[in-house]
Design a protein around this ligand. Structure first.
Ligand SMILES: [Zn+2]
Length: 409
């Protein structure tokens, strides 16, 4: 007998609720290790794979998971014909609200010009001069592009406004499309403050932060801590900015250790940041701090690909016990890809992560930095991505091929 299905908890306010049975799933990745068959290596066991599976979705949530042979009836049914279903990708680091194009800068970099963070000013100028309608249309197209590649959850940063008015505008536009919004007034020091950096730090930590908090415009604050870049923030400046954000009740994120060894990782761990992103240049103390803290190391290998920099050492982090996430860092300067499958393929090929480690890092790993689970479990949001493939390994095995898409739209 199939198990009885109790959906009463999911029915509310008398709404007509319809259930959907997604069936004939060849490989279902749940990220719930309790569902794994015995005898698998640890990285695969953590994916909680169920074969020949089915899932029932009701009211936007997972209501049942199990074997396709024992699935209860539902109001409607959809077969995925032996394909793979995984938790939707969680892209926990993007800069999606911007105008302008920096293809010329990319071409120059590929011809040998070094990246130092200075090109951000070009995007700030283009973004400030764009209308709300123009930015909204650009953002909407980018969100559609993400979903076409299987991303269901996205974090979006401001950081191309760099004035109270323009930062608030970008945060407002971001919140129209995602609840996971991050205030990045401390992206770079804008040109008009180049002669008085302290005044800009005072603005970010004072009236700009106060306006963000008063409007409930962001859940997180981020800072580009990179003493090697003349445009980004020093240790002392980043410390002041992060402390102000924490005191204001925002969660913390840090861009750190991207261009060389630096203080970003240590600051993030000491201040309890949800995530420190890039982590390209780490010393032993950084790795130890990440292994011992709750701060997630978010790796963004699309940036190293697009800037021709050395890749971060994922194996060293994983072997030390640090928590690792993957995201795109989709932005017009250093990495203009919105493809999590591409990032996974890079993580496997260049960072030497296993396909299972990379998929986990791109779903549950990145979700953890946003207070979400990134798993397929009863009661969780039904954020499902289907792969036109018999297993998750194809994400890295078939680089550049569009096999992932959001299942329910
Ligand atoms: Zn970034």
């Amino acid at each position: 007998m199939p198990p009885a299905l109790d959906l009463t908890l999911l029915r509310h306010r008398g709404d007509p609720v319809t259930s959907l049975l997604v069936t004939d799933i060849g490989e279902l990745v749940t990220n719930d290790p309790q569902r794994s068959a015995a005898g698998q290596p640890a990285d695969v066991a953590r994916l909680g794979i169920v074969r020949d599976a089915a899932v029932i979705v009701e009211a936007g949530q997972i209501a049942w998971i199990g074997s396709a042979d024992h699935a209860p009836q539902a109001d409607s049914q959809r077969s995925v014909a032996g394909r793979t279903v995984i938790p939707g990708f969680v892209d926990s680091h993007t800069h999606l609200v911007f105008a302008g194009d920096r293809a010329g800068e990319f071409a120059a970099r590929m011809a040998g010009t070094a990246y130092d963070g200075g090109g951000i000013a070009t995007t700030v100028a283009a973004t400030r001069s764009a209308s709300d309608e123009e930015l909204r249309a650009l953002l909407s197209a980018r969100m559609a592009e993400l979903r076409r590649q299987g991303t269901t959850t996205v974090e979006i940063k401001s950081g191309y406004g760099l004035s109270i008015e323009h930062e608030l505008r970008l945060l407002r536009l971001a919140r129209e499309v995602s609840p996971h919004v991050t205030f990045l007034g401390a992206h770079v020091v804008p040109a008009e403050y180049a002669a008085d950096r302290a005044a800009y730090v005072d603005l970010v930590t004072g009236p700009m932060l106060a306006a963000v908090v008063e409007q409930g415009a962001a859940a997180y604050l981020d800072v580009f801590c990179e003493p090697r870049s003349a445009h980004a923030f020093t240790e002392e400046e980043a410390w002041a900015i992060l402390l102000a954000g924490r005191a204001a009740g925002l969660g913390l994120r840090v861009h750190g250790n991207q261009l060389g060894p630096g203080p970003g990782v240590r600051l993030a761990c000491e201040l309890g940041a949800a995530s420190v992103d890039h982590c390209t240049y780490l010393d032993d103390a950084d790795v130890e701090a990440l292994a011992e803290s709750g701060t997630v190391a978010t790796l963004l290998p699309g940036v190293e690909f697009s800037t021709r920099h050395p890749y971060p050492d994922a194996r060293r982090l994983i072997d030390a016990g640090a928590r690792v996430a993957l995201a795109t860092d989709c932005n017009p300067g250093t990495c203009f890809t919105s493809s999590m499958p591409f990032v996974i393929a890079l993580a496997v090929r260049e960072l030497r992560m296993t396909p299972a480690e990379a998929l986990y890092a791109a779903t549950a790993g990145s979700a953890a930095t946003l207070g979400a689970r990134g798993r397929i479990a009863v009661g969780e949001p039904a954020e499902l991505t289907v792969l036109d493939a018999p297993s998750h390994v194809h994400l890295a095995y078939r680089p550049g091929v569009s096999i992932a898409s959001v299942l329910l739209d």
